[in-house]
Design a protein around this ligand. Structure first.
Ligand code: CA
Length: 518
């Protein structure tokens, strides 16, 4: 009896050991299969300036590479179109009123809250954020971080380091951020999956290009958008903004026409340059300034000159961004990481490229509300996928947790985009909810609203009080506010209902209060 028992026990122990071995192997195998993640977040990069979106302003072969080998989202939107808030939404998968970072003026990100990065970290991922951060508190929950203080600088940028020091790096910011990202990838523990966020400063104002790209677009004359001379009839908030190329864009700060060497020497952006960098800048901008002086332009001629200069500086800055995205993709290729790495490229929001006469963002109008977003996920997303389903930056956090097979926390408000990408019939949203809070720089009135496939309803408050309604099919440039117009009664009622539903769904108490006092 004892012998049989011993045999059975031994056999049981052996089976258990064998099971442990297999479980361990399969767990390791599972871990190996979990995808690496690279998220490249640029700043103020307009889809109008990306050739994958076909606008024709310039070629962006490297962003196009991601789109071609994966998916291009044609209807990707942000919840609050401004720098800091957008990054907080990406990190938390929650609206601004839930993650607490509502504006760039007084918000400080509470890093003790949950994020998809923390969830990935708990589940064996190595995580890092390198570059623009703009959340006013130190990053928390990352294995490594190295971030630009506030907006950061284009030339010889300072970085806040994990040891509490601030360190200056020589060179052009987009190149430096790419270098530091590669160095982190080189040093990582190759046995674990990783998630790296590369936060680029480009193409934020003041659109200062790498010296290598100066003059890249000088032979091109850019056509004015059809609504460049918008008079903002029936749109009060659009009329009171302060973000026009004509009135707001500065000749010195924005367009580098300083008038004198003394004035230029005082510019923080130029002061940082080495004598070699400065000499290249001067050699480029000084003849332009001399020509401008000789032309002595006034009125519309001057405004249109500003528009051409804006396009040339902005697109030259974007050229370096695209080249550096290519460097990151090449790195993944060279290290054999491409096949098991998700790559997402998006901007923190869209940007006006002269539409309505504007630069900047903030409004729920399409150019600012919509963001470029492309994503590749080899083996899961079919190359060349084009999606017109409604998705948001809010969805990135749950999407990546879904891909990494990490449970999505219940209080995350976004939805995984993986079903959208595999074309599940009912995936994606029927409506998008938006809320912009800031009421300062550029004088854009706070507002919230809802966008459905064909319509958009906006409620402005604080600076301007009132409603706007757009028929996006008939009026894609949003020039005709049809709120209160005859014939739209039932559409308006439906949209009010949709707006209320969205507000309740996302528990936006501030917006609800405004609706209740109507
Ligand atoms: Ca931005």
């Amino acid at each position: 009896m004892t012998g049989v028992f011993t045999y059975k026990r031994r056999s049981l122990i052996f089976t258990a050991l064998l099971l442990c071995f297999f479980l361990d192997v399969s767990a390791q195998g599972g871990a190996e299969k979990r995808p690496n993640i690279v998220i490249i977040v640029s700043d103020d990069h307009a889809y109008q300036a990306i050739s994958a979106y076909g606008a024709g302003l310039m070629q962006t072969p490297n962003i196009d590479r991601i789109a071609k080998s994966g998916a291009r989202f044609d209807k990707a939107y942000v919840t609050n179109s401004i720098c800091g808030p957008s990054r907080a939404v990406i990190l938390t998968g929650k609206y601004s009123h839930k993650n607490g970072f509502k504006d760039n003026e007084s918000s400080v990100f509470d890093g003790s809250q949950d994020s998809f990065i923390k969830q990935l970290g708990k589940n064996g991922y190595q995580t890092a954020w390198i570059g623009k951060w703009h959340l006013e508190s130190k990053p928390e929950g990352f294995n490594y971080w190295q971030v630009l203080p506030a907006q950061g600088d284009y030339y010889n940028p300072d970085f806040d380091m994990m040891d509490g020091s601030r360190k200056r790096f020589d060179g052009y910011v987009t190149n430096v951020i790419t270098d530091v990202s590669e160095e982190w990838l080189d040093k990582r523990d190759a046995a674990k999956p990783f998630c790296l966020v590369i936060g680029h400063k480009a193409t934020h104002r003041i659109w200062l290009p790498d010296t290598a790209d100066l003059g890249k677009f000088d032979k091109k004359k850019f056509p004015l958008p059809a609504n460049f001379y918008d008079q903002y009839d029936n749109r009060k908030a659009a009329a009171v903004q302060d973000m026009s190329i004509e009135k707001t864009m500065l000749m010195d700060y924005d367009l580098k026409m300083f008038g004198s060497k003394e004035h230029k020497d005082k510019s923080g952006n130029f002061k940082r340059m080495t004598p070699e960098q400065r000499a290249k800048m001067d050699a480029y901008y000084e003849p332009i300034e001399a020509e401008l002086k000789a032309l002595n332009l006034k009125g519309r001629a001057l405004t249109e000159w500003k528009y051409q200069r804006y396009m040339r500086d902005y697109l030259s800055t974007a050229a370096s961004l695209d080249r550096n995205i290519g460097r990151t993709l090449d790195y993944l290729d060279e290290k054999g990481l491409t096949e098991n790495t998700i790559v997402i490229y998006l901007s923190d929001q869209g940007f006006f490229m002269g539409e309505h006469g504007w630069f900047d963002k903030r409004f729920m109008y399409e150019e600012s509300f919509r963001t470029p977003m492309v994503m590749r996920y080899p083996g899961k997303v079919k190359p060349g996928t084009i999606s017109d389903r409604l998705v948001m930056n809010l969805d990135i956090a749950p999407t990546l947790l879904d891909a990494a097979k990490v449970p999505i926390p219940k209080d995350m408000q976004g939805t995984s985009m993986l079903p959208v990408l595999t074309n599940k019939a009912d995936a994606g949203r029927n409506a998008l909810y938006y809320h912009y809070y800031e009421n300062g720089e550029h004088s854009v009135s706070p507002h919230f609203g809802v966008r459905t496939k064909n319509y958009k309803l906006i409620r402005f408050y604080k600076r301007v009080e009132g409603w706007e309604l757009y028929d996006l099919e008939k009026d894609p440039k949003e020039m005709q506010n049809i709120y209160g117009k005859k014939g739209y009664e039932s559409v308006t009622a439906d949209l009010h209902k949709a707006l209320k539903q969205q507000i309740n769904k996302y528990e936006d108490k501030d917006a609800l209060k405004i609706l209740e006092t109507e």
